[in-house]
Design a binder for this molecule. Structure first.
Ligand SMILES: NC(=O)c1ccc[n+]([C@@H]2O[C@H](COP(=O)([O-])OP(=O)(O)OC[C@H]3O[C@@H](n4cnc5c(N)ncnc54)[C@H](OP(=O)(O)O)[C@@H]3O)[C@@H](O)[C@H]2O)c1
Length: 243
């Protein structure tokens, strides 16, 4: 009986790669998924944080800069070398240096495009050839994939792009599951990337109702746990108090 139960648990356990696992939603998702019995492989640039988290929750990690195609390729290769396969990629890494467009923070626009759009594409490009039985791409977009706000024009554009890429990928694939997770305001370090004072103080007020990052991890765990024939296309999770 114990052997049967163990083999069911092993069959349900997935190898899940998570980008941006060194803080916020990525870190919380790693905790939720590891607690649910999945094998998590963590990626980000701050390796000290990944090492501590992997040690604590029993996962593994490799350095990852999502803006580099080569880095994402090596990250996926390292996961396959360790676990023999990849079942799920959570494209979670993102930055949000909000500002008015008239402030002309062109480098920050570039960084959002590089991390939030190209980073997701690099992940998809690296992982698709490595999926064997179907596979599952979970892209973390945002409520900013559905609405545009002042100071968030470029950020919203990147998240609309993530939504469009996900939907296109889903329509093209018969046995690949694609899920968009669109969080509302969530506890994390995301607002730390804002350099414009006006936007930073606006965000401070906006973020007062933030929900714990584990709420997003729970939504990702739900999507992953569905039967292979069920593709949860999108989940929007936001604070009850958020307008
Ligand atoms: N928190 C919210 O309210 C909210 C709402 C909607 C959507 N989101 C989305 O949720 C995702 C996670 O953000 P978060 O809120 O958890 O913020 P966070 O705490 O700042 O986490 C961002 C993660 O992205 C990683 N990252 C940034 N640039 C990277 C790069 N070039 N290569 C690899 N990793 C990189 C960071 O790791 P390193 O710096 O160590 O590389 C970090 O682990 C983002 O896509 C964000 O847009 C968040």
């Amino acid at each position: 009986m114990a052997v049967v139960l163990l083999s069911i648990v092993v069959a349900m356990s997935k190898v899940v790669l998570i980008s941006g696992a060194s803080s916020g939603i990525g870190e919380a998702t790693a905790r939720v998924l590891a607690a649910a019995g999945h094998q998590v492989f963590l990626g980000a640039r701050r390796e000290d944080r990944l090492a501590a988290l992997a040690d604590e929750i029993g996962g593994a990690y490799a350095p990852l800069d999502v803006t580099s195609r080569e880095s994402f390729q090596s990250f996926v290769d390292a996961a396959v070398e360790r676990y023999g396969r990849v079942d799920v990629l959570v494209n979670n890494a993102g930055v949000m240096p909000l500002s008015l467009m008239s402030s002309l923070k062109l480098d920050e626009w570039d960084r959002m495009v590089d991390v939030n759009i190209k980073g997701v594409l690099n992940g998809i490009g690296a992982v698709l050839p490595r999926f064997t039985d179907g596979g599952h791409v979970v892209n973390v977009a945002s409520i900013a994939a559905h609405m545009v706000m002042p100071t968030a024009a470029v950020y919203c554009a990147t998240k609309y792009a993530v939504w469009a890429l996900s939907e296109g990928l889903r329509q093209e694939s018969e046995n690949l599951r694609v899920t968009v997770i669109s969080p509302g305001v969530t506890e994390s370090e995301l607002a730390d990337t804002i350099t414009e004072e006006f936007s930073a103080s606006m965000m401070e007020d906006f973020r007062k109702v933030a929900i714990p990052a584990s709420a997003i991890g729970d939504a990702i765990a739900y999507a992953i746990s569905q039967p292979e024939s069920v593709d949860v296309n999108e989940i929007v999770v936001r604070p009850t108090a958020q307008r």
